[in-house]
Design a protein around this ligand. Structure first.
Ligand code: 0YR
Ligand code: MG
Length: 372
C-alpha cells in the first residue's frame, strides 16, 4: 500500500481556562502540529506533535515535513513503519541538522501518522495492534488541578473535587516559585485537604538549581511526595544523579529528552526513577518503544508525559507492561473523533481502529492556522 500524499496542518486549540502557567511558561492554547498521510487506497493516518501554539515555530515543523520528509515518503510502502522511521531519522543531510528539536518533532508527527495508518489498516486500536493490553486498570493522575497560576485556595478546592467528585487517587502539583516556602505551603495545604492515601507528585519544569532542590527536598520529605519531576535543567545528568542520591523523594523526568540515548544516560547514572518518554518529542512511537523497553529491562516504571494530551499515549500505556499510570490534561480531547476519557480516576480503553489521532472535521476548520 503506497503513500500517495503527505499533508501537514497546524491547529491551535484553546486550553480550558484563559491561560495556565508552570514554572517555565504561560500558555493559552495548545499547538497540534501534525500531518495527514494518505495511502493510495484512501486510508488516512494522522499524527501530531504538541507545542505552545507559537505560529512561527510551528511553521518550522510543518515546513520540515513538507520540504524534507514528504519526498522521502511518497511512493513508499505505508506499512513499513520501522524502515521509514529509520530512513527519515538517518537521512544524512537531515540528520546533520537534526537528531533533536524541529526535525525530531516533525518526525514524531510523521511516525505517529504511520502507526495510526497501520493500526487502521489492521482494523485494530493501536494498543491491540501492538500486542494487547497488559493493564487491567490504567490509573489517571491529574495534572490539570495543579498549575502554578492557580491560587492556593482554588488549588485546594480543585484537588478536593478531583478526589471526592471525580474519583482520582493521584495528583500532580506544579512547583518552582521564586521562594520554596510558597510551594511547600501549597503542597502542605493540599496534603491536609486530601489526606495521606492520595499520591501527590510535584513538577518543577527544570526551574531550580541543585542547592535549591536539595533544600526543597529536605523540607518536602515529610509531605510524602510520589515523585519530584524535572527538578533541574533537562540535560543535567550529574545534577539529577546527585539529587536522587541525596533525597528519599523519587526523581521523574524525560519530557524534554529527544533520544533513547539520552534516556540511557540518565538511567545508567541512577538519575531517574520514573521514566517519562513522550512520543511527541522522541520522534514518535518507534523510538518510544526503544525507551520503554530499555526502562523495562531495568525494571523502572514508565509513566509517559502527554505532549499529545494522552491521545496516543493511552494506547501505549494500556499496552506496555512497564506502565500502569498516565498523566491527564483535558485540553484538546474535543478536537478528536475518539477523545481520551477518564472515569473514576482511570482511563477508558480506546475502541476505534488507529491511534485516536484523527481530528474532527470541525476541529480542522475551527482551529486551523495557515501554513504560510
Ligand atoms: C503545559 N507536564 C508538563 C504543560 C507539561 C507542561 O505546557 O504541558 O507543564 O509540559 O510538565 O508534566
Ligand atoms: Mg512535566
Amino acid at each position: 500500500m503506497r503513500i500517495a500524499a503527505v499533508e501537514p496542518f497546524i491547529l491551535h486549540v484553546p486550553v480550558n481556562r484563559d491561560s495556565i502557567s508552570d514554572s517555565s511558561h504561560t500558555i493559552s492554547h495548545w499547538g497540534v502540529v501534525g500531518v495527514r498521510i494518505v495511502a493510495e487506497d484512501g486510508t488516512a493516518g494522522y499524527g501530531f506533535t504538541g507545542t505552545h501554539a507559537h505560529l512561527a515555530s510551528d511553521r518550522l515543523i510543518t515546513s520540515c515535513i513538507s520540504a524534507c520528509y514528504a519526498e522521502l515518503l511518497v511512493g513508499e510502502d505505508a506499512l513499513d513503519t520501522t524502515r521509514l522511521w529509520t530512513k527519515l531519522a538517518r537521512f544524512p543531510a537531515i540528520q546533520w541538522v537534526g537528531r533533536a528539536g524541529i526535525t525530531q518533532l516533525a518526525l514524531a508527527a510523521v511516525d505517529v501518522a504511520l502507526w495510526d495508518l497501520r493500526a487502521k489498516h489492521a482494523g485494530l486500536p493501536l494498543w491491540a495492534h501492538l500486542g494487547g493490553a497488559t493493564s487491567p486498570r490504567l490509573e489517571a493522575y491529574n495534572t490539570d488541578i495543579g498549575w502554578l497560576s492557580i491560587p492556593t485556595d482554588q488549588l485546594v478546592a480543585g484537588s478536593r473535587a478531583a478526589i471526592e467528585v471525580d474519583g482520582y487517587r493521584r495528583l500532580k502539583l506544579k512547583v518552582g516559585s521564586p521562594d520554596i516556602g510558597t510551594d511547600l505551603a501549597r503542597i502542605a495545604a493540599v496534603r491536609t485537604a486530601v489526606g495521606d492515601d492520595v499520591t501527590i507528585a510535584v513538577d518543577g519544569n527544570g526551574k531550580w538549581d541543585l542547592p535549591t532542590c536539595l533544600r526543597f527536598c529536605r523540607r518536602a520529605e515529610p509531605l510524602d511526595l510520589f515523585w519530584f519531576e524535572e527538578p533541574l535543567w533537562y540535560d543535567d545528568i550529574a545534577g539529577h544523579a546527585t539529587l536522587a542520591r541525596a533525597t528519599t523523594i523519587p526523581v521523574a523526568l524525560g519530557e524534554q529528552l529527544y533520544t533513547a540515548d539520552a534516556f540511557n544516560a540518565f538511567m545508567e547514572a541512577g538519575a531517574v526513577h520514573y521514566v517519562q518518554p513522550d512520543v511527541t518529542r522522541l520522534g514518535g512511537i518507534s523510538e518510544y518503544i526503544t525507551v520503554a523497553e530499555a526502562a523495562h529491562a531495568k525494571r523502572l516504571p514508565v509513566v509517559p508525559h502527554v505532549g499529545d494530551m494522552g491521545q496516543v499515549h493511552v494506547h501505549l500505556a494500556f499496552w506496555h507492561p512497564a506502565t500502569t499510570m498516565l498523566e491527564y490534561i483535558p485540553w484538546i480531547m474535543d478536537a478528536f473523533e475518539e477523545p481520551i476519557a477518564v472515569k473514576h480516576g482511570a482511563y477508558l480503553r480506546p475502541e476505534r481502529p488507529g491511534a485516536s489521532t484523527t481530528p474532527t472535521e470541525e476541529a480542522m476548520r475551527r482551529y486551523a492556522r495557515p501554513l504560510a
